[in-house]
Ligand binder design. Structure first.
Ligand code: SAM
Ligand code: SF4
Length: 356
């Protein structure tokens, strides 16, 4: 078989492994059949967004019916059930979480849980467009870290990639977030044909401001009107290219998340690589995701979900909790998407529909 071109990932599909019949007793109520303890919830507060990134959603996306979206009160109750079952970290996401009306009320309630020790950490992933408005309130509410998605420092390229976004608003948001004392990490999607031109500037920019930069391989999630095979660039390939200009050293640092880190000697900063296509990282996965409609997904790379909304809306916390625990038993061993020369094996829903 001929070698794949460097931009395409060999899927190296995971052999199907049957889960053990009994879960190990780890003392964590949310332990899956492989013994992985789930302590981390990514909670989407909306599937709406004020941008239309070309790798994330279609130019005219179909959003969830409004009446399906959980209220702020329901989101807070649901988060409370997860916290009562061992979840220690919550990341709010979307869509764009800061476009959700009432989101600050939710953040204040969950921030209080950080204050009284029920949560270790509350974080947020945002596109940064409204960070300028909210940064001080986020810090006051107990958020210490935010991830800001930023794929280009060129205003025209940013405008094109986001289908209409304005870079200066995001840069202002970054200034205000740092001024408010928030730790900011920049996330950039490694979009082929773009990241090669942008990456050096992003490294200098992020590290010059004391921020980590993490690059993420494009994942085949949802229809965006673009062929994933032309969007995908292997980070193994990009790393080799970076190594011709930068002195990179692998770091042992591993957060609970999927990133591997490099030190860039010239800047002293950290560069994270998230490589779901080139390398698997599922064996330590400690997270689940809940959509804004209350659907529980135990894996980003599988379509299977369980709807928690009926039990939650019926005011039945015990039934909701029982559903969560049952669903956890079905958490797959790993994701199953891939991008090859011939096809992209993906998932129907977008990242924005579930929460990145
Ligand atoms: N709107 C917020 C933002 O952009 O940060 C939060 C939601 S967004 C869906 C979360 C993250 O998912 C962003 O960093 C975005 O770049 C990333 N993302 C979206 N679609 C993706 C895809 N198909 N492959 C890889 N990353 C993707
Ligand atoms: Fe919106 Fe974030 Fe998706 Fe971009 S990546 S369209 S900002 S949800």
């Amino acid at each position: 078989m001929s070698a794949l071109p460097p931009r395409l990932a060999d899927p190296a599909r995971r052999p199907a492994t049957a889960p053990p019949t009994t879960a190990p007793d780890t003392g964590c109520p949310l332990t899956d059949a492989f013994g992985r303890q789930v302590r981390y919830l990514r909670l989407s507060v909306t599937d709406r967004c004020d941008l239309r990134c070309v790798y994330c959603m279609a130019a005219r996306p179909v959003f969830m019916p409004r009446d399906q979206i959980l209220t702020i009160e329901e989101l807070a109750r649901l988060a409370g059930i997860f916290m009562a079952n061992g979840v220690r970290r919550i990341r709010l996401t979307g869509g764009e979480p800061l476009v959700r009306r009432g989101v600050m009320t939710l953040i204040e309630r969950l921030g209080a849980a950080v204050g009284d020790g029920r949560l270790d950490e509350l974080t947020l992933t945002t596109n940064g467009t409204r960070l300028g408005v909210h940064a001080a309130d986020l810090a006051a509410a107990g958020i210490r870290r935010v991830n800001v998605s930023l794929d280009s420092l060129n205003p025209d390229t940013f405008h094109r990639l986001t289908r209409g976004g304005r870079l200066d608003g995001v840069l202002d948001g970054l200034d205000r977030a740092q001024a408010a004392g928030l730790h900011v990490k920049i996330n950039a999607v490694a979009l082929a044909g773009v990241i090669e031109r942008e990456v050096d500037g992003l490294i200098r920019f992020a590290h010059g401001r004391g921020m980590d930069l993490t690059l993420i391989e494009v994942m085949p999630l949802g229809e965006t009107g673009h062929d994933r095979r032309t969007q995908f660039l292997s980070l193994d390939h990009l790393r080799d290219d970076l190594a011709t200009r930068w002195t990179l050293t692998s770091l042992p640092d591993r957060t609970a998340g999927p990133a591997r880190y490099l030190r860039v000697a010239e800047t002293g900063g950290r560069l994270g690589l998230i490589t779901p296509l080139s390398h698997r990282f599922c064996e330590h996965c400690d997270r689940v995701r809940v959509s804004a409609a209350g659907r529980l997904y135990t894996c980003l790379g599988h379509d299977g979900a369980v709807d928690l909304a009926p039990a939650l809306r019926a005011g039945a916390p015990d039934a909701t909790e029982a559903l969560i625990r049952q669903t956890l038993r079905l958490k797959p061993q790993g994701h199953d998407f891939a991008i090859t020369r011939d096809a992209a094996h993906g998932i129907g829903r977008t990242m924005a529909a579930l929460g990145g």
